[in-house]
Design a protein around this ligand. Sequence first.
Ligand SMILES: *Cc1c(COP(=O)(O)O)cnc(C)c1O
Length: 438
Amino acid sequence: MSEVYPQYYSTRDAAKTQVSFEEALLAGLAPDGGLYVPTTVPEVPDADWRDAATFDDLAVNVLGHWLAGEIGAATLANLVRDALDFPVPVVLLGDDVGVLELFHGPTLSFKDFGARTMARLMSHFLARRGERLTILVATSGDTGSAVADGFAGQDNIDVVLLYPKGKVSDVQERQLIVARPGVRAFAVEGSFDDCQRLVKAAFVDPELAHLPLSSANSINIGRLLPQSLYYLWAARSYETAPLICVPSGNLGNLTGGVLASRMGLGVPRFLVAHNANDFFPRYLDARAEAYAFRDTVATLSNAMDVGAPSNFERLDALVGAETMRDELRGSSISDEATRARMAEVYRHEHYLACPHTAVGLEAIARYRQQSGDDRPVLNLATAHPAKFPDAFREALGLEPPTDPALDQLWQQDVAVEPLTPSLDVFREVLLDTVEVSS
Ligand SMILES: *Cc1c(COP(=O)(O)O)cnc(C)c1O
């Protein structure tokens, strides 16, 4: 009768001191700078996901196995149904390749799943505590808009978001800087890693220790749990679990998949598709130089431009190096090969794949050719093609698709401020902005 629910410990805490989900969610990064990892992954009975009639039914069932110890069933159900109210279709291409479209949420990328669910969970716990929080978020494109949109107007929560100026597409930038209640956006003169470094530094800065700050990057465990749900949903229609290809940057989406696999899906193999930022594929190949993170390289699939994937540390703590090398196959895809794949899949399947999705499709083609393994594969489509009009002009000589949600952005007011990538400057901003709860 009494189910044991996971607790959480920091990757950097040898003593594995346990905290609740609420605590891990509201903290984001652990106080020692580590990432929270669940003490156990619940086994979810087949009926709870295979037999779910709708995606939100599945989400309510599955998240219950994680969270029911801390949040009432009716509250959880309301909050999850409100967050995940968009379709999650699988489109079949030829040769047993399925595409799981994760871009039908309001900001048109898979980041909506995590951000919207997390915003509502945080707001719930903060209201119960009578506290408020400021969310710091570094984004290479899609996280910021999903977080800004998912958290905007939520009681007790403000958002400060940093993005690398000139390194996101026009549409992505517009999605970031549209004026939203409770959101301040900063264009940082630097790379995504600079943005992420500032955020990480702020969390451990003694002079900011009195401010109620938290994160919404994929370092937050509250984003990872919702990112496990669609793996289970999409795999329902297969008799045995397919291979799954994950276009990856910070490895948060992949970590969600690994959790789903451990909950009972049993994915036989994950293909982990990176662009030219190839730390993880090198690591999986066990090449000696692989152990160093690298500076970020700008690519066509810019939401995956991450030289130092933050979830690596968590994945390592969760499954260990040996299992990673056993179960995961990495690849690194150039921009040229990405464009060629976009053109190929359009010509042969009339399917419009965004550059990130195309990195995955190319990785699948290579894996099959090299391994001879032709089992069914599911590729995650992580963003809507309309977010990357320039890529379509370049790859296909084609005017890109449009989407009403994007078209109406150009009519809205914007609010954005410049920022140099210095902790001293950022500290002043936060000291000026953040309200301390009384
Ligand atoms: C964030 C993002 C990715 C990478 O996901 P990670 O969880 O960082 O590995 C891939 N594609 C798109 C479109 C994204 O927004």
